[in-house]
Design a protein around this ligand. Structure first.
Ligand code: BES
Ligand code: ZN
Length: 456
């Protein structure tokens, strides 16, 4: 192990350069204009895998390719087998004007690298690859067989990977999946995430007149779709932060008093949290702490609103339509399809006859929940402590990684969520960054993890 640790220490500058090369690919999975960049990024990942001694292939799909890379192994290996999952695709970088330097021209300032995808998820998956490099390049025996699955559709719902899992069940069967695509509360507070929220997405369009109309000539004699949309949406939440859709909370599993007590142990400072978010006051479902509100309670959020004239100056119209993009975050035991159906039914009932309602269902994922007393979770906690030098905490996180449920369903494998993203990494926001100290610690964490999981 000493030589593994030494290899990691000695090669940090090169690893940082490689991360910059990785971030330079605009692998934006949501934007068709970047399909070629996304494919090129997959190829680059496979090449990097081969360079560190893995056997790698780029698997074509109907959309973005999946990279599969394996550690060399004996035919009838008796070693435990783990999958390391990550994604090379990134969120759209817009709005560009809020970036201090361009999103795909990585910039290093102090111990931070700025760039879209640096944290979510390129830096995090690279940390695992570099840990394996250290084993393979120093001739240190890995106590486990590893298969890396690095996909290009995580930010758009992982549809291709879902099919890929089913088809390649035998090859991918494993004892657990290791995922670094979540967060840690602070540099000195490593974390194992034991739950993630699920998600249910839909778009609501309110149709009014057959075309934009003069608001003076016709205004007052017909409903305004933008107004109707606002009125509908405004009815979905009450002043106590509760979602008003009948049945919305029907399947929600409340936390046990013990689980709630455990969550309260995490440090939380309302004043600095408020400042960090840039809001004048916090708001959330009454009766729950902020950590509960954003980790273990369901939500309904408007992600985007569009209607009418958005250009310079004024334009006096009644818009023909208005649209909202909405997502609900879900907790055990909510079902995405059932939740969207309940919301859609409610919206149709609320809508006035003066407009036409259209609801388009989007992607969905079930929430994820893992008990943390199993052997793999305990091994993960030990590896975190060794690498960071601090006692790790258990987190319930509010984000979603749709595929982890399918790992459980198709492979029977739990996911060890060992995130390396700091709260101020700006994931999905302008000026995303990755902390290079956390990068180095993440490599150590991964190196120790294989020792802990392999029983040393
Ligand atoms: N890395 C995030 C998920 C995440 C972030 C989980 C922080 C826990 C803490 C992932 O890349 C992501 O953004 N997922 C999407 C999934 C969605 C598009 C289906 C999300 O949560 O919005
Ligand atoms: Zn993301």
């Amino acid at each position: 192990m000493n030589s593994v640790v030494r290899h990691l220490k000695q090669n940090q500058p090169r690893f940082v350069r490689e991360l910059a090369d990785f971030v330079r690919f605009p692998s934006v999975s949501a934007q068709a204009k970047h399909n070629r960049d996304t494919a090129a990024c997959a190829k680059w990942v496979a090449k990097l895998c081969r360079a560190i001694g893995l056997e790698a292939r780029v698997c074509k799909t109907d959309f973005h390719p999946i990279v599969v890379a394996k550690t060399p192994r004996k035919k009838n290996s008796k070693k435990p087998h783990f999958m390391v999952y990550g994604h090379y695709d990134v969120q759209p970088p817009e709005p560009f004007d809020l970036w201090k330097t361009p999103p795909f021209a990585p910039r290093i300032a102090g111990r931070r690298m700025f760039g879209r995808g640096a944290s979510d998820n390129k830096g995090q998956i690279l940390a695992h690859l570099k840990a394996v490099e250290a084993y393979l390049k120093t001739g240190t025996e890995l106590p486990c067989d590893l298969t890396f699955v690095i996909e290009g559709e995580e930010e758009v719902g992982s549809e291709s990977l879902a099919g890929f899992l089913k088809k390649n069940r035998a090859e991918l069967k494993c004892d657990a999946v290791v995922v670094s695509d979540t967060g840690l509360p602070a540099k000195n507070l490593p974390a194992l995430t034991s739950s993630l929220r699920g998600i249910a997405a839909f778009e609501l369009t309110i149709h009014g007149p057959s075309r934009d109309l003069h608001s003076g000539v016709f205004g007052g004699s017909l409903n305004n779709p933008a107004m109707a949309l606002c009125q509908l949406l405004a009815q979905l939440r009450d002043r106590n932060g509760r979602i008003t859709v009948p049945g919305f909370y029907a399947d929600v599993r409340e936390l046990s008093p013990r689980e709630r007590r455990l969550m309260k142990r995490l440090p939380f400072n309302a004043a600095s949290y408020k400042k960090f978010l840039g809001v004048p006051e916090l708001f959330g479902e009454r009766g729950y702490s902020a950590d509960e509100q954003r980790g273990v309670r369901p939500t309904l959020e408007i992600n985007g609103l569009t209607s009418g004239y958005q250009g310079e100056g004024s334009k006096t119209i009644i818009p023909a339509w208005a649209r909202a993009k909405v997502t609900c975050r879900l907790v055990p035991n909510q079902d995405p399809k059932k939740v969207v159906a309940a919301v859609a039914k409610h919206l149709r009932q609320l809508a006035p006859p003066s407009v036409r309602v259209e609801i388009e269902h989007g992607h969905g994922a079930e929430p994820y929940w893992m008990e943390s007393d199993g052997a793999p979770a305990q091994a993960a906690l030990r590896a975190l402590k060794k690498a960071f030098g601090h006692e790790p905490v258990l987190l319930h996180e509010g984000g979603s990684i749709p595929i982890v449920n399918l790992f459980k369903k198709h492979l029977g494998a739990d996911s060890l969520l060992m995130g390396l993203a700091l709260p101020d990494d700006n994931s999905h926001s302008p000026n995303e960054k990755f902390d290079l100290d956390v990068f180095a610690k993440g490599q150590l964490m991964s190196a120790y993890l294989w020792q802990e999981l392999g029983g040393k």
